[in-house]
Design a protein around this ligand. Structure first.
Ligand code: SF4
Length: 77
């Protein structure tokens, strides 16, 4: 049996300052709306660009989890 884990992307609007780093790092996954970042899709196939965006966010506003589990993919603690 194969498991197709997907990733869930969350942006905390209370932390995001709209720097746009995430949209610049992963333009296929984040866009700015009203001055804040929003994920283009809540669930995505694993993509290193999403990890890079989460690691690059100056406010640590981005959280990437595996769907169906509590496993945090990024950012690293
Ligand atoms: S990098 Fe972080 S603070 Fe900047 S827009 Fe993206 S989520 Fe917001």
């Amino acid at each position: 049996m194969t498991t197709d884990n997907r990733w869930r992307i969350l942006v905390d609007p209370g932390k995001c300052i709209g720097s746009g780093v995430c949209a610049g790092t992963a333009p296929g996954h984040f866009t700015l709306d009203g001055g804040y970042s929003v994920p283009i899709a809540d669930e995505v196939d694993p993509d290193e660009a999403v990890v890079n965006a989460a690691e690059s966010c100056p406010m640590e506003a981005i959280l990437v989890r595996e769907t169906g589990s509590d496993t945090v993919i990024a950012p690293e603690l």
